[in-house]
Design a protein around this ligand. Structure first.
Ligand code: SAM
Length: 209
C-alpha cells in the first residue's frame, strides 16, 4: 500500500473507470468529494485536479499527516468507520476497500447512507452469492487493530442486501477494465465460500431523490 507502482496503477485504473461511469471529467468540476480511507490522498488528488473540492478521511493519523504534507490544501477528517461516519454531506463519497477491514460492515453501510446519497463502493469479497454468509477474521497484524480485533468478510450479496435495506439503488460493475495486476473484478462466483485476496467487487450506489 502507499506509493508502489502497482498501487499507483490500481488508483489510475479505478479513477479512470469512475470518470467513465459518471459521464466524464466535467462531472467533477465544483463537486464536493469525500475520500474515505484516503491512504495517502492519491484518489483525492486525481479528482481535485478535475476541479473537485476534496476531503480526505482516514483512521490513521500517520496517513493523514502524509496527506497534509503532500496536499496541504485538502480538508481532512479522522474517524473510525467501525464507530461512526464523518459529519457532513458531500456530492460524492468514495468508500473503497474499507468495508473489508471493518467488524460490522452492515452498520458501516447504514451510517454511510444516513446523510449522503452518491457513493462509489468497493471491497474484497467472499466467493459466494449467499447474502447471509460471513466469516469473522482476527487481525493478524497490529496495523488495523487499533479499534477492533476482527474484520468481517462477506460476499457481494451481503453488501447488496444492506444497500436494499437502506433504500439505495446500485449497479455492480464486474468489468475487466477495473482489473489490475492479480486483482480481479470480472470473476464468476464458484461458491467456494472462501476468501481470495484478489477477488473484488465494485459498485456505483445512489439514493433516488
Ligand atoms: C486497503 S486501504 C484502501 C485505500 C484506498 N481507499 C484504496 O481503495 O486504494 C484501507 C484504508 O482504510 C483505512 N481504514 C482501515 N480501517 C479503518 C477504520 N476502521 N476506519 C476508518 N478507516 C480505516 C486504512 O487506514 C487505509 O487507508
Amino acid at each position: 500500500m502507499g506509493t508502489s507502482a502497482y498501487y499507483r496503477h490500481t488508483v489510475r485504473v479505478r479513477c479512470n473507470f469512475i470518470i467513465d461511469i459518471l459521464g466524464g471529467k466535467e462531472f467533477f468540476k465544483g463537486k464536493t468529494l469525500l475520500d474515505l480511507g484516503a491512504n495517502q490522498g492519491d484518489f483525492a488528488n486525481f479528482f481535485s485536479k478535475l476541479g473537485a473540492d476534496v476531503t480526505c478521511h482516514d483512521i490513521k493519523p500517520k496517513n493523514l499527516a502524509i496527506v497534509k504534507a503532500k496536499y496541504p490544501q485538502f480538508k481532512q477528517v479522522e474517524c473510525d468507520l467501525n464507530k461512526t461516519f464523518p459529519e457532513g454531506q458531500w456530492d460524492i463519497v468514495l468508500h473503497m476497500r474499507i468495508l473489508q477491514h471493518l467488524a460490522d460492515p452492515a452498520q458501516a453501510i447504514r451510517n454511510m447512507a444516513a446523510k449522503n446519497s452518491y457513493f462509489i463502493v468497493e471491497s474484497r469479497v467472499l466467493d459466494t452469492n449467499d447474502p447471509d454468509l460471513f466469516i469473522d477474521q482476527e487481525y493478524e497484524t497490529k496495523d488495523y487493530d487499533m479499534h477492533s480485533n476482527t474484520k468481517r468478510q462477506v460476499g457481494a450479496a451481503y453488501y447488496e442486501s444492506v444497500f436494499d435495506e437502506c433504500g439505495l439503488s446500485w449497479k455492480r460493475h464486474d468489468d475487466p477494465r477495473l482489473n489490475s495486476g492479480r486483482r480481479r473484478y470480472d470473476w464468476k462466483v464458484k461458491e467456494t465460500k472462501e476468501f481470495h485476496a484478489f477477488k473484488s467487487r465494485f459498485w456505483w450506489v445512489w439514493r433516488d431523490s
